[in-house]
Design a protein around this ligand. Structure first.
Ligand code: PLP
Length: 320
């Protein structure tokens, strides 16, 4: 596939923007919408599509034939990169943190089915070494290889997230007052913040315990300032650190109940690692009166639904 064809195949029609009728919002005069990025592609869905799009184009432009990336054993980014490589003609190699015995979960099985080769490294190496150093430590040949950082967190990823904002503004006919997303690395939030009109506000709901994400987002905005409309100057975003339900991949019965209720009422599935926590947070904020009367709120469905199978295998069939 040449660059022109890849470019054509990556031109997605806008994902739907669905209106959600729910008393938690309507009672406060709020308008709620869900941006269904989970429907963009069966396996490269949600923010993964947005974050990979310009990376794939750049890889092709540079003449790379292989994608090399990094992640945990349940990483959505790993499965999405594997699926993208399979769909768009790149070979893929994933470096996974942890023991080789952690293979055999649904996410890594899927990556293997897509043709991704897997290598394993210690968590300490993954934390401390640069991507190139990691590749060297595993004797990985980097010829014609495009390196994607863990979580796909780079400036090109932010560009794709900016495009999602433009779609939302066109679909609404005006900028939304708030647009909210789950945050892991903060790249999606940073991309949204740079794409938004000044009067709109971006909310990032951290799925991790701790309060380091704000600095990560600042760093992304500063590093990617030139590529993204001088994002460093933007302050139209906030990270909310209190909705992690115990930490990454941790959960509470309230979260599980919310996800199941939300699906029953709207038909929209949510995953317990990312989107469930973000949407739960938005409902809590609406109840607490966080949003001014009459505000429009867009929740971005960032995908991640493949994580439900692994979650139910680990904890029992909790997510319906
Ligand atoms: C489904 C889903 N939503 C949200 C996120 C968070 O995105 P980011 O890492 O850009 O903050 C991820 C990322 O890793 C994800 O898999």
């Amino acid at each position: 596939m040449d660059l022109n064809e890849l470019d054509k195949r990556l031109q997605n029609p806008p994902s739907p923007l669905e209106v959600i009728e729910h008393e938690a919002f309507a009672n406060n005069g709020l308008r709620l919408f869900v941006k269904r990025d989970d429907l963009l592609h069966p396996h490269v869905s949600g923010n993964k599509w947005r974050k990979l799009k310009h990376n794939l184009l750049e890889a092709k432009r540079l003449g790379c034939t292989k994608l090399l990336t990094f992640g945990g054993a349940f990483s959505n980014h790993i499965t999405a990169t594997a699926a993208a490589g399979h769909a768009f003609g790149f070979s893929t190699l994933g470096v996974i943190s942890g023991e080789e015995s952690s293979a055999g979960n649904p996410s890594l099985d899927f990556a293997l089915e897509c043709g991704m080769k897997l290598r394993f490294t210690s968590r300490a190496n993954m934390r401390n070494l640069s991507e190139t150093a990691l590749a060297h430590s595993l004797d990985i040949d980097l010829e014609k290889t495009f390196l994607l950082p863990q979580g796909g967190a780079n400036c090109l990823a932010m560009q794709g997230c900016q495009e999602m904002v433009m779609e939302v503004e066109a679909q609404l006919g005006q900028p939304p007052d708030f647009i909210a997303t789950a945050c892991g690395t903060g790249t999606t939030l940073a991309g949204i913040a740079t794409g938004l009109q000044a009067e709109s506000k971006a909310l990032g709901i951290s799925v991790l315990k701790g309060s380091f994400l704000e600095n990560e987002v600042k760093k992304l905005l500063s590093d990617c300032g030139k590529a993204t409309n001088n994002g460093a100057l933007r302050s139209n975003w906030t990270v909310l650190d209190d909705f992690h339900h115990g930490g990454y991949a941790k959960w509470t019965p309230e979260l599980v109940q919310f996800i199941n209720d939300f699906k029953q009422r709207t038909g929209i599935p949510l995953d317990p690692i990312y989107t469930g926590k973000a949407f739960f947070a938005a409902f809590e904020l609406a109840k607490q009166g966080y949003f001014p009367k009459g505000a429009s709120i867009v929740l971005v469905h960032t995908g991640g639904l493949q994580g439900i199978t692994g979650f139910n295998e680990r904890f029992g069939p909790l997510i319906k």
